[in-house]
Design a protein around this ligand. Structure first.
Ligand code: FAD
Length: 398
């Protein structure tokens, strides 16, 4: 084995894919994957879905088995990387050790945005990003208790669905005028509101949280305007912030994400980065975006590994995402930013399957497809390749 060592910081979707792809791209040196969660890397999407509702155990959602890492010669290190010394090619670990690297990849991901109101540190106030977070929530979420979820985005709504399945009474508080406002059209928001309400979830929009109160343990959520909502537990899902401090302290360019080029190189071409911690131009839209999705983390990681191995690959896949709530699978193709027209196929006021197509100047730029996998596949292709299409195809693609 060559004495060259590649170190990957962050052992989740991006980090694991990057380490695995290094081998398949022909890296023959050492690979060290450093992660600070002290468990075998696991898939994050099931956390708010099957793992929270108790349908999967942690060992069923690992990204790769322990044997895989052993077989591929990928060494897992349980530590936090505290500093990068680019001149010396060294990392300082939380264990006090120094770890030399020849090639470095940063896959540090994101962390939940903190709710900045009085009382946010009371007991029984939770965030949902890690398996450890979910274990705490599951222990607190016993039938008949009342959970208040702050944030009506994907994580908040998936959590509402999973907690409802556990017999918990759920209230979702959304500051905007509708759930999923940042990411979907009004018809899609109205659809998910209807579905959740029919499952017994109370959804309150225009609900701005001003404080959490209680004696040591949270008991009430206080809204602007003074109304108090009783709570046995509170789960906060108000978005994430990228973990960029390590990169910034090392002098790499950061702007709400570690800036990377199409080959996943940071502003130091010797250091690559991938996943939720990055911001990159999406060629299809000519705009720079920080994506928070497993497919995109995987795609960037593959390209980053190729770059380390001296090959030239570029991130080109269309961004896509999914969300599971109850029996509904929402699949999202592309980015809808700047849409000026919406076309619906199906009736979101009545059905449990429909698609919402987003157009800009007549061009299809994105689609939200609920229980419509064929629409999703059709749109992915048309959007990515900018294939001309007839409008009638949108409503008949399914
Ligand atoms: P992360 O998963 O954030 O992992 C980064 C890792 O690096 C973490 O383990 C972190 O502890 C570690 N780390 C950070 N700094 C250091 C350091 N200095 N030293 C050592 N280790 C460090 N995406 C979808 O596409 N579909 C879904 O349905 C979906 N559902 C989701 C549900 C939930 C509940 C959550 C939380 C996310 C969901 N996502 C979903 C988003 C998806 O999980 C992320 O896009 C994906 O995890 C990004 O992977 P990553 O490796 O870039 O970052």
């Amino acid at each position: 084995m060559s004495s060259q060592r590649a170190v990957v910081v962050g052992a989740s979707h991006a980090g694991v894919q990057l380490a695995a792809s290094l081998r398949s791209e022909g890296w023959v040196g050492e690979i060290v994957l450093v992660g600070d969660e002290s468990v075998l890397p696991y898939q994050r999407p099931p956390l708010s879905k099957a793992y929270l509702s108790g349908k999967s155990a942690l060992d069923q959602i690992v990204i790769r088995s322990a044997e895989f890492y052993a077989k591929q010669g990928i060494v897992l290190r349980d530590a936090k990387v505290e500093e990068i010394d680019r001149l010396a090619g060294n990392l300082r670990l939380s264990t006090g050790e120094a770890l030399r690297y020849d090639k470095l990849a940063l896959c540090t991901g994101a962390r939940p945005r903190q709710l900045a109101v009085p009382g946010a540190k009371l007991r029984e106030v939770y965030y949902l990003r890690t398996a450890a977070d979910v274990e705490l929530i599951r222990a607190a979420a016993t039938p008949g208790r009342r959970a208040v979820i702050v944030g009506g985005g994907y994580i908040g709504l998936e959590t509402a669905a999973s907690l409802t399945a556990l017999g918990v009474d759920v209230v979702v508080l959304e500051a905007a005028e509708r759930v999923l406002e940042r990411v979907t059209a009004p018809d899609v928001s109205a659809f998910f509101t209807r579905i959740h309400q029919s499952e017994g979830v109370e959804i309150r929009t225009g609900a701005m949280v001003e404080a959490l109160t209680g004696e040591g343990t949270v008991r009430e959520v206080v809204l602007a305007g003074g109304e108090s909502i009783p709570a046995d537990l509170v789960i906060i899902g108000i978005g994430v912030e990228p973990n960029t401090e390590l990169a910034a302290a090392a002098g790499l360019m950061v702007d709400d994400g570690v800036l990377i080029d199409s080959g996943a190189r940071t502003s130091d071409p010797e250091i690559v980065s991938a996943g939720d911690c990055t911001r990159q131009e999406v060629t299809r839209y000519g705009t720079s975006v920080r994506l928070e999705s497993v497919p995109s983390a995987g795609e960037q990681a593959k390209v980053a590994a190729a770059t380390i191995c001296g090959k030239s690959k570029e991130v080109s896949a269309l961004p896509w995402f999914w969300s599971d709530q109850y029996d509904l699978k929402l699949q999202i193709a592309g980015l809808n930013t700047g849409y000026d027209e919406v076309v619906l196929s199906g009736d979101p006021e009545q059905d449990r399957d429909f698609s919402c197509f987003y157009l800009r100047c007549g061009e299809l730029i994105a689609a939200d497809c609920v229980n419509r996998p064929r629409d999703f596949m059709f749109c992915k292709r048309v959007i990515a390749q900018r294939t001309p299409f007839e409008r009638s195809e949108l409503v008949t693609a399914n």
